[in-house]
Design a protein around this ligand. Structure first.
Ligand code: B3K
Ligand code: ZN
Length: 873
């Protein structure tokens, strides 16, 4: 995993793909679990791949494995025929055309802090194999285009590990001497090694069942630590709704007798779709009203659905190689977004998906790590589980559906699955299925997969009163990205409508397809100049410009499309905030823009009709989003302007915010339906404004809500207001929160985060102290993300402090982490690599910190890739 100081790690290129020289038909695995020395015996039934170039020797991947013994067709392999490969793999000289290879290796789960391969968490065993963790369990051609049938036998001490789980269906269990026992699992479906999983330990199950559309009974279980069984209800309910939705929407039915989920608190990401045995970060399973926020509940529903949907898009049809990652991830995000939209308010779901895309993917696409949805090269594949592959990938699928229509899209999905079931395929195969099912030529559209960067869509318009003709001129360009200086136009579906001066919708609504660099679209028979409503529902992942402040204000007030209404309000606010940033820099006094105030006033007027929408629309664009629109960011100025606006809007509308805060109090038991969460969101948005207002009772309200709040959403919103303040209530509340929740990891993460994102000037000091806190643990990824990640990526004003201390803090953290968990370390580099966005002085310190990381001997290849690409930009 680590690279020598002098030789940079190799780059893997898509164009170098070659089919595997050997295939594996079946795998018999035996794992004898011991914390420090687990024995893994693998019998692989292998044969030459007729579709590959002949190879004399067999090469298997391996990493951190101690080889104990090996045999070919039952005969022990002499040492002369074996060689270890540089990364830890194995070469076996001169193998026949078909054979059985048996290897026995030893691994140490307790020494595994990477959390890739087999590891221990809280005394229980878990695996994580995607992308390349299986090679840390046994020697294997660890690549997704080698699909095999697995039989797995696990043995362990019964007292410590009463539960023994793997992929597929259970196939026997029994006792062994010395208090040990065993269980066997058979997975009838061929799968790539990255979907392998084992879970063993002292876990308890929350159980339920689901009957599929064809009448098959599936036993459902969620395995958690003792005491957490009562916190699985929302996850289980989400699972059953997902299973039903996939049948109703795509006719896709579950294909095993059991569906197991195991939750673990030490996990590198959100969850993992292992066949029949999903492994989840506890964050995306456990929820009780008093410990989980509305956002947590939403996250659980989304992630449970996402992993379940992978059973078809990812598992039954998988990726040929890791460059095709978006084949499964983009498509599955598209599916989980669609599912969540169907569960509640589709409009509000769309706003939050777009907000997330713009917050994470747009900056990535404009930064040093910019890459196409289908990347051309990588050093460390784990660095490519990105917002581009996931979120932009989902947008590309969404556009494809808009272009060919819903019915053809469904036919395309049917065809894709029918053609490629049990195969490892490419993004090209997916696009081809959609093209064949629809008859629509998608050749140009495929550019979206190969071209990085966010297209800029500009609009101009002209109206000829004499003829009544209105002309919209749309043009596009995509800025250069690393390795791609020239860009081609991409087909951009622009869903639109025209609005008359009275606010009424005019004829002419539809989808314009902009395929060239510039095109005119004309509309006849208009009595007066309309206002164009463009990119309805955010029909393409592009940056739109060219509308005037006046047009934006008009659309925010009148458009029938909720996305355009919300976005126009946000763009209006951005335009005003950018103007104010210039004033702030010129040391002019700031004033509340009346247009912005009247937009907010109108939102407050209509708030009762749709609280969830109002809550989204009342929140000012984030500091990062505003800074992202500037040639050179100015975190201090942006922060000052945003805080000024929050305070002056809070002061101006204090009475109305206070009324909302009083009226929207939850009555009755906690519920997570869209209406209830919308009301809580609006109420807490109001509280946050009151918290900044001058002469307001925000602190008193927050303190009261903190003490009496019946759910974590309200308690945490109140704590957030207090944590941002200098009031004495701050310390009392933080201490009380810690005392109450110190035994609950997930709630304690919130305690770390709320301090890390505080706007107070001493936040960096506080964060540095928290790094030494007895509850901080560098080995727990959730805790690291809660403190270090939240500070660096969620507190621009304090991270970018002019002294550069924020940068030094992050670099120190990356260096410390790289020795513990390289995947988590590499993920933390991102904010430092965005130095080009900052002024010269900050940029210089950021680069210096990147160089300091790069100079560390033995840096992992993942961190090396992120840092070196960051420096090269
Ligand atoms: N497929 C996993 C992600 C694996 C990440 C490996 N570094 C979860 C998901 O996208 O569903
Ligand atoms: Zn996924």
């Amino acid at each position: 995993m680590t690279t020598a100081e002098t030789t940079p790690p190799p780059t893997i290129r898509r164009e170098d793909y070659r089919p595997p020289a050997f295939l594996v038909d079946s795998v018999e695995l035996h794992l004898a679990l011991h914390p420090g020395a687990t024995r893994v015996t693998a019998s692989l039934t292998m044969r030459r791949n007729p579709a590959a170039a002949p190879a004399a020797d067999l090469e298997l991947d391996g990493e951190a494995l101690t080889l104990i013994s090996s045999a070919l067709d039952g005969a022990p392999l002499e040492p002369g025929r074996l060689a270890r490969l540089p990364g830890g793999g194995l070469r076996i000289a001169g193998v026949p055309d078909a054979f059985t290879l048996r290897t026995e290796v030893e691994i140490s789960p307790e020494a595994n802090s990477e959390l890739s391969g087999l590891y221990l968490s809280g005394g229980n065993y878990f695996t994580q194999c995607e992308a390349e963790g299986f090679r840390r369990i046994t020697f294997f051609p660890d690549r997704p285009d080698v699909m095999a049938r697995y039989t797995t036998t696990i043995e362990a001490e019964r007292a410590a590990c009463p539960v023994l789980l793997s992929n597929g269906n259970p196939d026997g269990a029994g006792e062994l001497p010395d208090g040990r026992h065993w269980a066997r699992w058979v997975d009838p479906h061929p799968k790539p090694s990255y979907l392998f999983a084992v879970v063993a330990g002292d876990l308890v199950a929350a159980r339920d069942s689901f009957t599929t559309q064809s009448g098959r009974d599936v036993a459902l279980a969620i395995y958690v630590r003792r005491g957490d069984e009562d916190a699985c209800g929302h996850a289980m309910d989400s699972l059953k709704r997902s299973m039903k939705w996939d049948e109703d929407t795509y006719g896709l039915e579950y294909d095993l007798d059991v569906f197991n989920i195991a939750a673990v608190s030490d996990f590198n990401m959100g969850a993992m779709e292992n066949k029949g045995l999903n492994v989840f970060n506890t964050k995306y399973i456990l929820a009780r009203p008093e410990t989980a926020t509305d956002t947590d509940y939403e996250g659980i529903e989304t992630v449970v659905a996402h992993e379940y949907f992978h059973n078809w898009t990812g598992n039954r049809v998988t990726c040929r190689d890791w460059f095709q990652l978006s084949l499964k991830e983009g498509l599955t995000v598209f599916r989980d977004q669609h599912f969540s939209a169907d569960q509640g308010s589709a409009a509000v779901k769309r706003l939050s998906d777009v907000r997330r895309l713009r917050a994470a993917q747009f900056p990535e696409d404009a930064g040093p790590m910019a890459h196409p949805v289908r990347p051309d090269s990588y050093v460390e594949i784990n660095n490519f589980y990105t917002a581009t592959v996931y979120q932009k990938g989902a947008e590309v699928v969404r556009m494809m559906r808009a272009l060919i229509g819903e019915a053809a899209f469904r036919r395309g999905m049917d065809l894709y699955i029918q053609r490629h079931d049990n195969q490892a395929v490419t993004i090209e195969d997916f696009a081809q299925a959609m093209q064949d099912a629809s008859g629509v030529d998608l050749s140009r559209f495929r550019r979206w997969y190969g071209q990085a960067g966010t297209p800029e869509l500009r609009v101009r318009d002209a109206f000829d009163p004499a003829s009544g003709r209105y002309t919209l001129t749309l043009s596009q360009s995509t800025p250069p990205t690393p390795g791609q200086p020239e860009k081609l136009p991409v087909p951009i579906p622009v869903r639109m409508g025209l609005i008359g001066a009275d606010g009424a919708e005019l004829p002419g609504a539809g989808v314009l397809l902009l395929e060239e660099a510039e095109q005119d679209f004309t509309f006849d028979g208009l009595a007066s100049r309309p206002v164009p409503s463009l990119l309805r529902g955010f029909s393409a992942p592009v940056r739109l410009s060219g509308l005037s402040l006046e047009q934006l204000g008009f659309l925010a007030a009148h458009d029938s499309d909720p996305f355009v209404r919300w976005d126009s309000g946000q763009q209006y606010a951005v335009a005003e905030m950018l103007r104010m940033v210039q004033e702030f820099r010129a040391q002019k006094p700031l004033a509340l823009p009346e247009g912005l105030a009247s937009n907010i006033s109108a939102l407050l007027d209509g708030a009762a009709d749709d609280p969830a929408f109002a809550a989204e629309a009342l929140v000012l664009p984030s500091e990062d989003f505003v800074a992202d629109q500037m040639d050179t960011a100015d975190p201090e100025a942006v922060h000052a302007v945003r805080q000024f606006l929050r305070a002056s809007l809070g002061t101006r509308f204090m009475a109305r915010f206070a009324a909302l805060h009083d009226e929207l109090r939850d009555a009755g038991p906690y519920r997570t339906d869209g209406i209830s969460t919308g009301r809580r969101a609006l109420r807490n948005t109001a509280l946050s404004y009151i918290g900044r207002a001058e002469g307001g009772d925000g602190i008193a309200r927050a303190a009261r809500q903190f003490e009496t709040g019946g759910n974590m959403t309200d308690v945490l919103s109140a704590l957030r207001v207090l944590a941002d303040s200098d009031a004495p209530e701050r310390e009392t509340a933080l201490a009380a929160f810690h005392a109450r929740w110190r035994g609950d990891d997930l709630v304690l993460d919130k305690w770390f985060t709320i301090q890390a994102i505080s706007s107070r000037e001493d936040t960096l000091r506080v964060v540095e102290d928290l790094l030494q806190h007895r509850d901080f643990d560098l080995r727990n990824p959730n805790r690291v993300r809660a403190l270090v990640g939240a500070f660096a990526a969620g507190n621009p004003a304090r991270f970018h402090t002019a002294s550069g201390e924020g940068y030094r803090f992050l670099a120190d953290s990356v260096i410390a982490l790289d020795a513990v968990n390289t995947q988590v370390a590499a993920r933390m580099v991102g904010p430092l690599a965005q130095w080009k966005r900052q002024d010269a002085a900050r940029g210089a310190i950021m680069r210096e910190e990147l160089r300091r990381i790069l100079a560390r001997p033995g840096l992992s290849k993942g961190t090396y890739e992120k840092v070196s690409k960051g420096l090269a930009a």
